[in-house]
Design a protein. Structure first.
Length: 472
């Protein structure tokens, strides 16, 4: 997948530069110093001279090249965001922008050009000047007008434009699955194996399995399960597939992929208002709904093997491999290299050293608080009792050890968990059956399931302010 993204950048560069048909500037790639311009009265958005249909490969206009060279030589840090954008998106100025950034910020490190964005650290909306916002929209509009429309300088926003990067694809270039087809386990047997990882969901008795090797290619499923409209929003970069109830008030929201990233997390958009939302939080961050106080309700989702899911849900439906898209849905084909590497592909400013950035955790959310349980530790222990936001909970490892399930514990103390039989034993000897919706005692007493999902650790620390690591 990393190769695919690099290829996307390369194609855009060829298109933006007109296939190399024109010289980058009147004086060549690194012209002799041009007379400086008065930056106080300059319009930085004119740097994007190919906006509106002009081919970027045409010779750079002299006045534009003068402006760029003046910015490049300036020691004023206000110009650094402009240079970063010109460097991270293929433009006629990319090479010279990178040279300037190396002088300003030093080497980019392991993330290549994106390392400079990470070195800059966290940015606030107040850090963005109006001329930068206008420049950003104009630049992103040259990738695709729909992308530029998302970052309207006049719209409400809760995140800094400086931390928004293009992910190398167009709007819905990673195509969402819309009310996809499902098949029976018998029909799926021809292509699925017991060891395949799936995301399992059950709502109102409707059990469904979404094989990872399919949704790795799509990253968004707009579906209806058990009569409930839901969106399975999946950020492969964060390792987080999060199930959201699509209903807020009287509106049902359906989502697509914007093609942009914020701290290595996908920015999704709703089809109704085209507001950008953070995938990891379910909160609108730029557009009509930003700052409205609304957020999507999280629902439980189980990361496990297909064999385990099928054993527990023999009547499950399975996402059909015939999605209508031409993809190689082989195991590990999409993002296989990324998942196997300890490195990130895009910048995330917060690193804390408590865990490896891409260590998998099971994130449990309750009343605005989040606790992360390392999946390896959860698998080793089998179950963990804890408290989140004053509520006593119990977290159970899946049978295959790849994920978890969390439940309210109430006043019950649990002492033993038989993963193969899905039975949790309490200190009073009562047996509790593990189901997707609740722990159910022999007498019918229920302890309800809590929202939770798998995630890489870096996503927890970069997209929550109160994320806690279990044991601390």
């Amino acid at each position: 997948m990393k190769r695919l993204l690099l290829a996307a950048f390369a194609v855009l560069f060829v298109v933006a530069c007109g296939g190399g048909g024109g010289s980058p500037s009147p004086g060549g790639p690194f012209p002799s110093p041009l007379p400086e311009v008065d930056l106080a009265n300059a319009d930085p958005s004119t740097l994007v001279y190919w906006y509106g249909g002009r081919v970027a490969g045409d010779d750079i206009p002299v006045e534009v090249d003068r402006l760029f060279e003046t910015i490049r030589r300036s020691s004023d840090d206000r110009w650094t965001p402009f240079l970063l954008d010109l460097a991270t998106i293929p433009t006629p100025f990319s090479e010279r922008a990178r040279e300037s950034l190396e002088q300003r910020l030093g080497g980019p490190g392991e993330l290549n050009v994106f390392g400079w964005v990470e070195k800059r650290g966290e940015r606030k909306p107040s850090d963005d000047t109006q001329d930068y916002l206008a420049f950003k929209q104009r630049l992103f509009s040259t990738i695709q007008p729909e992308i530029g429309a998302f970052v309207d300088p006049k719209a409400k926003r809760d995140i800094s434009a400086q931390e928004i990067l293009w992910g190398g694809v167009r709007v819905d270039g990673i195509p969402p699955l819309e009310s996809p087809k499902f098949v029976t386990p018998k029909d799926a047997a021809a292509w699925i194996s017991a060891s395949d990882q799936v995301l399992g969901v059950e709502i109102n008795g409707d059990a469904r399995a979404y094989p990872r090797r399919i949704i790795d290619w799509h990253e968004m499923v707009n579906d209806t399960i058990g009569g409930m409209p839901v969106s399975l929003a999946y950020c492969t970069l964060c390792g987080s597939a999060i199930l959201y109830d699509g209903r807020i008030g009287g509106t049902t929201y359906r989502f697509g992929t914007s093609g942009m990233l914020y701290r290595s997390n996908k920015l999704m958009y709703d089809r109704q208002t085209r507001t950008l939302w953070e995938q990891y939080t379910g909160v609108p961050v730029w557009g009509e709904l930003a700052g409205s106080g609304i957020e999507l309700k999280l629902l439980p989702v189980t990361h496990t093997s297909y064999g385990e899911w099928l054993a527990e849900h023999p009547e499950t439906k399975v996402l059909d491999i015939d999605t209508g898209f031409r993809r190689d849905y082989g195991s590990g084909v999409a993002y296989g290299e990324y998942f196997a590497s300890p490195q990130l592909m895009f910048p995330a400013p917060r690193h804390d050293g408590r865990l490896q950035l891409k260590e998998v955790v099971y994130a449990v959310r309750l009343d605005g608080a989040l606790t992360a349980y390392p999946v390896k530790l959860l698998d080793k222990r089998g179950f963990i009792t804890d408290s989140i936001a004053g509520t006593k909970i119990v977290v159970l490892a899946t049978a295959d050890g790849s994920g978890g399930r969390a439940y309210a514990a109430g006043s019950t103390t649990f002492t033993k968990f038989d993963r193969r039989k899905s039975i949790l034993t309490a200190s009073d000897g009562r047996a509790w059956k593990v189901t997707e919706g609740a722990l159910v005692a022999e007498g019918g007493q229920r302890l309800e399931r809590l929202p939770g999902h798998n995630s890489f650790w870096f996503a927890v620390i970069n997209h929550t302010e109160n994320g806690r690591l279990f044991g601390e």
